[in-house]
Design a protein around this ligand. Structure first.
Ligand code: NAD
Ligand code: ZN
Length: 341
């Protein structure tokens, strides 16, 4: 089968011919339809310091995907051949305190598909049965391929109640704009999105933002005045990893605001903790998706009419993977898909 393989000590990936994985007794073999390129894949592609430290190359990369069941391991029941599925990308240990208590998203020893174990940029992938998510009939396979990052967006956006609230979303990357759609769909009074990239702010508007703000040009003080937000945003979702966006959240949220932090800063940076303390901010770090409550909510959101299609801006065949990575690394893209069938 074809697979995009990372080799150590070189940038880029190689489209290689490798054996189709043989599913173990508790695994499911999935024929891949579509895969999405995530920031993590770009780190691995570029073979930066983080990737060199964390990825045991050679490794098949990729964790955002949809596909159909091609073969069941000998102990697997409850799935049918040909069903449209995806998979939770975090493979947990099932032994630690949190796993045993059913809080698998808090596992102490998570392994990442396409990071620590073979990934989805391939014609086939074998995953543990306990990671497989069955999609409901009628969902498009391309939208199904978004469920990993959509799950990050939903996990973050639904962490705190947003009905009737003024919500600030910092960062209009694929995850930020999917969170925007969720917040708008869930009845927020305002979904205000910041970025420093006009292309992405246009996508945020398409996804239902009440107001988009290019932070190179416009102050949030003026936006709050315009929208009648007297004291500050009730909820903030940090989806950029930018220290400047953290500062915006400290400066423009109401006392006691609920703040969910998903964006990963590239480096440690100082923040003024006295603002967190005096304003009694409620900060919550978010990692991955809740297994499988977030997946259930994603399904309900799609069934109730949430439209993610504007997020997908580019589609490429596997042979064009270099163009796909160039598009995903550029400022002018939302989610970039690589198609395998
Ligand atoms: P992305 O890098 O595509 O988007 C980040 C956006 O932030 C970009 O559009 C960028 O222009 C914008 N930005 C930069 N400076 C800004 C500023 N000062 N104010 C507002 N916006 C600014 O990322 P993505 O794929 O949408 O993911 C969002 C974030 O979530 C990233 O930091 C990513 O690393 C992180 N992430 C976290 C998890 C998790 O489990 N915690 C999972 C996936 C991704
Ligand atoms: Zn665990």
């Amino acid at each position: 089968m074809r697979a995009l393989v990372k080799h150590p000590n070189e940038t880029g990936l190689r489209l290689s011919d490798v054996p189709v994985p043989d599913p173990g007794p508790d695994e499911v073999l999935i024929e891949v339809h579509a895969t999405g390129i995530c920031g993590t894949d770009i780190h691995i592609y570029e073979w930066d310091h983080w990737a060199q430290e964390h990825v045991p190359a050679p490794m098949i990369v990729g964790h955002e995907f949809s596909g159909t069941i091609a073969k069941l391991g000998s102990s697997v029941s409850g799935f049918e051949l040909g069903e449209l599925v995806g998979a939770e990308g975090h493979v947990v240990c099932d032994q630690c305190r949190n796993c045993l208590a059913g809080r698998r998203h808090l596992c102490n020893d998570t392994r990442g598909i396409g990071v620590n174990i073979p990934g989805a940029f391939a014609d086939f992938i074998a995953v543990p049965k306990s990671n497989v998510w069955r999609h409901t009939q009628g969902i498009s396979p391309d939208i199904a391929a978004l469920f990993d990052p959509f799950g990050n967006a939903v996990h973050t956006a639904l962490k705190f109640p947003v009905l009737g609230e003024d919500v600030l979303i910092t960062g209009a990357g694929p995850i930020g704009i999917m969170a925007t759609a969720v917040v708008a769909h869930s009845g927020a009074r305002n979904a205000v999105v910041t970025d420093v990239n006009p292309y992405r702010l246009r996508l945020a508007t398409e996804m239902g933002a009440t107001c988009v703000v290019d932070r190179r040009e416009t102050d949030l003080v003026d936006i709050k005045k315009e929208l009648g937000i007297v004291e500050g945003f009730d909820v903030a979702l940090e989806m950029s990893g930018s220290p400047a966006a953290y500062q915006d959240i400290l400066d423009h949220t109401i006392h006691g605001a609920n703040v969910a932090l998903l964006g990963i800063p590239g480096e440690p940076f100082p923040i003024d903790w006295s603002v967190v303390i005096f304003n009694m901010l409620n900060l919550k770090g978010i990692y991955g998706r809740q297994m499988f409550d977030t997946w259930y909510k994603m399904n309900v959101l799609i069934e109730s009419g949430l439209d993610l299609s504007p997020v997908i801006t580019h589609r490429y065949d596997a042979e064009e993977f270099e163009d796909a990575f160039a598009a995903a690394s550029s400022a002018e893209s939302g989610k970039v898909l690589i198609l395998w069938d």
